[in-house]
Design a protein around this ligand. Sequence first.
Ligand SMILES: C[S@@+](CC[C@H](N)C(=O)[O-])C[C@H]1O[C@@H](n2cnc3c(N)ncnc32)[C@H](O)[C@@H]1O
Ligand code: SF4
Length: 380
Amino acid sequence: MTTPARLGVYIHWPYCARICPYCDFNVFRNRGGPEPAALARAIVADLEAQATLTGPRELASIFLGGGTPSMMDPAWAAEIISAARRLWSPAADLEVTLEANPTDAEAARFDAFAAAGVNRLSLGLQSLDDAALQFLGRNHDAASGRRAADAAARAFPRLSLDLIYARPGQSPAAWAEELQRAIGLGAEHLSPYQLTIETGTAFDRAVRRGRFAIPDADTGAELYDTTQRVLAAAGFEAYEVSNHARGAAARSRHNLIYWEGRDYLGAGPGAHGRITLDGARQATHAAARPADYIARVAERGVGFAAREPLGAREAAQERLLSGLRITEGVALVEVAALEIAPERIDELVRLGLLADDPQRLRATSAGRLVLDRLTAELAT
Ligand SMILES: C[S@@+](CC[C@H](N)C(=O)[O-])C[C@H]1O[C@@H](n2cnc3c(N)ncnc32)[C@H](O)[C@@H]1O
Ligand code: SF4
């Protein structure tokens, strides 16, 4: 097996102005102090240490995600980006994405992030409806969301917008209308996510207490169909379950690295990585708390405790899970270790959940709606 040459780099910036009630990412309230600057330095040191492991690679993408990386000092983003560019060979079409929240204060710094080397902004618009934004516990309104989208379109060559739908009481007609308004903002990429109630979040507790309920499965499916229909009519291709792009060049190259099972490094608190070394796929997981991460980098050079080799079955399971999310699916040879019985595949094709393709497993649009069931049927 040859070592894959291209590499993505994920940087996790865990601080947020406040914690949204639906969010279960690895996030911490930003309390200022010296820690964020120390974290930026530790991330650069972690990348330097990991570069000695990977050896020379072509750098395909850098993704500054969070948390809220748009709250970091743009000078730190510049240092992290230039360290990655120095440590590996930047591809001619290197994609550098920053996740941003759409407050006016953050939009005012977009030009500085562009000067730091960011060429794609992923803006967490979430909604264009003030009542919905309030329900979601966001610290911006629809007007500042629109202003931030305009500022981003001026500052960056590429723009993606995140939206959250399937909110309590949301009708397909209202969602279609909101989506049209989001399309009107001119982004090349849209990521509408169905609201998920994650265990341990404030929304989880509220739902348990009967404060609100999310739409039932039928309404959820109707809202999902509305998303597909409205975005397809506007020229967006649903290249992944929740990701729609205006043409192949507008796809998220970084996320495709995950979905296509390629190599990526993770740096920053809680970041995951997958690196193929000596023909074996290895998993890394950095310490989750910023202080622990900084201490670990100071002690060991890297932010993770160990590189864990993935077994053939485990690696194939990951390939299946991510591959079924994208239009191209996953080649059967890549998931051979799962020893999926041909009769099982035939049955899922008959049910209309998998496309009839002798070489690849590809979920149909009906299959994408029940992806959990589909992957469970194939992986167990
Ligand atoms: C890691 S968040 C970071 C984005 C940025 N901090 C923000 O909030 O705008 C990435 C995206 O995941 C989505 N997301 C997070 N939790 C979700 C949930 N429980 N249900 C649906 N979407 C969610 C949101 O659309 C969010 O923009
Ligand atoms: S949704 Fe974004 S801003 Fe809100 S807590 Fe999660 S990462 Fe932070």
